[in-house]
Write a protein that binds this ligand. Structure first.
Ligand SMILES: [Zn+2]
Length: 106
């Protein structure tokens, strides 16, 4: 499990984890190693559900640090943890990261 660094973003205190960290310990691949099971970044649980994605534009006050659009895929685990997969655009580059509310990261 990755160390989650403390940052302040959008709705208050959140932790960040790397995108590769949500693939650690994955079990299922659908017989294709390119298809990785997504695991909870807090507890490593494998039963994770996607919620409708959010597309925030550069005009929204996302506070993530970049100056472009931000795509947020909310994840809700059967483990009861809630977290987000994020893709943020900034000056021709796209950054991928995982957002975890801080109260769950402890
Ligand atoms: Zn969990």
């Amino acid at each position: 499990m990755n160390t989650i660094q403390s940052h302040r973003w959008m709705l208050g205190d959140v932790g960040l984890a790397s995108l590769p960290s949500v693939f650690e310990g994955a079990v299922f691949t659908f017989d294709h190693p390119e298809m990785q099971q997504v695991m909870c970044p807090v507890c490593g649980g494998g039963y994770q559900w996607t919620r409708p994605p959010q597309h925030l534009t550069s005009n929204d006050d996302t506070g993530w640090g970049g100056h472009g659009d931000l795509i947020v895929i909310p994840m809700r685990g059967e483990c009861q943890h809630q977290w987000d997969i994020c893709l943020g655009f900034h000056k021709g580059n796209t950054f991928a990261f995982v957002r975890v509310p801080q109260q769950q990261a402890a």
